[in-house]
Design a protein around this ligand. Structure first.
Ligand code: GLY
Length: 384
């Protein structure tokens, strides 16, 4: 016999859980279907950077989305802690971008001027100032920028707390259930066919991460053009104190300190399809970039290595909102910013699903930007 839920969320990563939580809080019967273990894919692999000012060079709607996501984060964590009693490590020390060459310095000077003009909180530090804040940085740096508003969070704490929140809110999480196919009545969603049978639901959210395009039963043009982009990452451990206060960020690598004394070093960006192994070349690249920033790390113990697959769309922007199949919604393609954007994605999807409203900040990210142009419409009219 078919199982029933008002809403089925396919994908138990941080995005699916954040969406499910908001829908549960609004009183809906929600089921999350996760093919493996909740939150153990890209959400587990991430480093937890909440750092739009580091990640973006130019202002655009995606940057604005990320800044909005960041502005809500600390409040979201506070609420989630109160709601669940779960500990969630949150670090608001800021991020530092050091320059290691003349060229790097010129790039940072340009970035500094642009961000200052745009009103982004940013500080320019000389070598002495930067090393006073972060003595473990190499003395080979030329200068650094500091973004006080960029934060970082222990992403694994967040997914653990989100899963608890969903369950406390009456939601059901089913692990080991792979969604295969959307079921329709007429043109509208009526459920999902899965490896464990049929789930009837009037609303389905595709939060399948880098596998989002592999959902059958819908028109090929409604498939979301998402692909996996591998990130390899590693952790060092020196002792009980974190070696840095800030997240240290360069174009090659980032160093993210955790309160237990680990230092997360990430991440490669590789087009290797669904291969998620850790390679010697990947690890060597991370070591090289990290040692250039902080030569003292060479005596640290290697704690662990892992990798994850980021969901990246054809145009690199997330895909959020109603698809061309009535009742089917998309929430994926967050690329490098899935942890940062999870709470905001939950809010935006809830607004769309429950109130049929599309907040203006979400418009550039609607799935219909990927649909073929209708008769008489130019591609320019569809492009952002
Ligand atoms: N958030 C940075 C990354 O995806 O590597």
């Amino acid at each position: 016999m078919a199982q029933r839920s008002d809403i089925v969320v396919i994908g138990g990563g941080i995005i699916g859980l954040a969406v499910a939580r908001r829908l549960c809080l609004a009183g809906n019967a929600v089921t999350v279907l996760e093919r493996h273990r909740t939150g153990r894919g890209a959400s587990w692999a991430a480093a937890g950077m909440l750092a739009p000012h580091c990640e973006f060079d130019e202002p655009d709607p995606y940057f604005e989305l990320c800044r909005t996501g960041l502005a809500r984060y600390a409040g979201f964590i506070e609420t989630l802690r109160e709601e669940t009693g779960c500990p969630i490590e949150y670090n608001a020390a800021g991020a530092m971008l050091p320059a290691l060459s003349d060229r790097g310095q010129a790039q940072l000077e340009t970035r500094y001027e642009r961000h200052r003009c745009d009103g982004v909180p940013v500080e320019r530090l000389n070598v002495r100032e930067a090393r006073r804040l972060e003595p473990n940085l190499t003395n080979g740096i030329r200068m650094a920028l500091r973004y006080p508003d960029d934060h970082q969070v222990e992403n694994r704490d967040v997914v653990t707390a989100l899963a608890q929140s969903v369950q406390r809110g009456g939601g059901v999480i089913r692990e080991g259930v792979a969604a295969r196919k959307i079921l329709l009545e007429g043109h509208r969603v009526s459920g999902v066919d899965t490896s464990e049978g049929i789930w009837k639901a009037h609303t389905v959210v595709n939060a399948m991460g880098c596998r989002a395009r592999y959902l059958d039963g819908i028109a090929p043009t409604d498939r979301i053009p998402v692909r996996p982009v591998r990130g390899q990452i590693l952790a060092l451990k020196a002792g009980t104190a974190p070696p840095f206060h800030h997240t240290i960020y360069t174009s090659g690598a980032y160093l993210v300190p955790r309160s237990d004394g680990r230092l997360i070093i990430g991440a490669t960006v590789e087009e290797t399809g669904f291969r998620d192994e850790v390679t010697l070349g990947g690890v060597m690249q991370l070591f090289r970039d990290a040692l250039e920033l902080a030569p003292g790390l060479k005596s640290w113990a290697l704690d662990s290595t892992w990798s994850g697959l980021r969901p990246v769309t054809r145009d690199g922007w997330p895909v959020l909102g109603a698809t061309g199949t009535p009742g089917l919604f998309a929430a994926t393609g967050h690329g490098r910013n899935g942890i940062l954007l999870a709470p905001l994605t939950g809010d935006l999807l809830a607004e769309t699903i429950l109130h049929d409203r599309v907040p203006s900040i979400m418009r550039p990210f609607l799935p219909d930007r990927f649909y073929p142009a209708r008769d008489g419409e130019t591609s320019d009219e569809r492009d952002r």
